[in-house]
Write a protein that binds this ligand. Sequence first.
Ligand SMILES: Cc1ncc(C[n+]2csc(CCOP(=O)(O)OP(=O)(O)O)c2C)c(N)n1
Length: 578
Amino acid sequence: MMEHTEALSRYIGNFVDELVASGLTHAVISPGSRSTPIAMLLEAHKEIDTTVIVDERSASFFALGIAKETKKPVVIVCTSGTAAANYYPAIIEAFYSRVPLIVLTADRPHELRDVDAPQAIQQLNMFGEYPLWFHEMALPEDTPSMLNYVRSKAARAMHIAMIEHGPIHLNFPLREPLLPDFNLENLWGKRQDESFYPTIAGEMMLSESHLHQLSKRLSRFEKGLLVTGPLANETEAQAIVDLAVHLQVPVLADPLSQVRTIGANEDVIIESYDAILRSTERREQLRPDYIIRFGAMPVSKMYRFYLESHVKAERYVISEQQQYREPSAIETRFIHSNINLFVEGMLEQSDPQPHPSNWLTNWKRMDEEACRILSKHDSDGLTEGETVAQLTNLLSENELLFVGNSMAIRDVDTFMINVQKKLRIMGNRGANGIDGVVSTAAGTAKTGKHVTLLIGDLSFYHDMNGLHAIKKEQLSLTIVLINNEGGGIFSFLPQKENENYFESLFGTPLGIDFKHTADLYGAYYAHVNTVGEFTKEYEQSLLQQGLTIIEVRTNREENMLWHQKKWQEIDEVLSQME
Ligand SMILES: Cc1ncc(C[n+]2csc(CCOP(=O)(O)OP(=O)(O)O)c2C)c(N)n1
């Protein structure tokens, strides 16, 4: 028995130590028996900051949030059985939004599998094709070769997660007894000076001749467009703006691209393209010669319609990963390169354009008009769009805004305009789920910064369990809760007309009082009706530590009509300009 305990302790001890040697700083642990040695040794390692969260779904999204903020892999660990299945949504989000996550699931040893043993489910490859790498670990042994083995797997998991950006799944069969022995000498094993697989990762970039050919080809055209979807890195955002200035072409910038909030040159940035492109005629008229997209697809549906109406424009997608990120099924040239190096090369290969083209000036004039109308305060109370506009004013320099899906991200796209300061905007746009949003935002606050979360009532309700970590970890968050009693986005869709089904299947009002939610989790709560009240409560929330929930109550129907009125006004004004 002592031999078993020693082998178990050293095997897991070496594994954990190698994770740290490879750069691990954070782990999120959920309680359970089978995972005992992994949980205890992660907790015991001095260089790992651990968080314990009971609900595995919340735990995995919380870890996703830490990984998004720190840009480093985070470990999650849970016991065998359905516990692991609760990780599934966050693993999917990590895969699609390219966030490094190391998933460790404890399992029954092989003799207890497939024989109806308690809490034993099929865990091999249980997350399908989402993990970039799955490995069934060997049973613990402490021979030198097996300690090398376990270190090599830890280093490889960290390495793949970091370089290829995504989730890794390691399944650990563990026999009882499961308690590690902390009194063993040299429990953590012998660490090399650096990681087991020290890696020099080269950068992906185009050759000079490729860059030359491309810039020559593009120089034939006048009407170029740069488009940026979600990007995590502010230096990339700045590089894209530099390229647009050099070429004197507009940049259509999604809010998650960071381009709108790095305090960059505004003469090329088009913030209101979703509103501009709402008219079919205007989409037709604004005929681009080429479109270069960086990052994922922007949130704007109108942009997608625009793309589809210009199949003849040459289109390029720049991404470091060798993946086919183009949903339109229109001929597209993929360029696999680091964005900064691509821009550097393009700047070297082409001469700067001295003057803005008519194409750019025209886009910019439309953008100015649209932004003027979008930022006009024209209601007595506080609409959803005005909440975003006012929040944009209130956010302090370098503040992190986490944005929920559905109307929250769309309203940020539309109404977060004329931003005069640096902000960081994040969201879960990999799979666009309304699940796990509170937990992910909470995870981003784990490093100690204040975070603001903008979220709809259904998404908030979906992940109320996530509030517990905020209380327990004493994190500092202001949640701006837009309560339109259900799914506001569906009022913009055709099913809105079907009165017999709409409320029950799509509107889905909850009819609950979120004041009680705030009480349950010890949050400060305020319900606001006006811009003034919102401002006061938001500012107050920054002064107090902990969690504040500011609820803005709106009406779905009025919200839809208010948006339509804005878009109509923009259309009328832009039509007169043509
Ligand atoms: C996990 C998950 N379930 C369902 C959906 C489909 N869905 C998209 S938006 C939405 C309604 C969201 O309502 P709310 O969060 O209140 O935001 P609002 O639409 O009012 O802005 C639903 C159910 C989804 N995206 N993800």
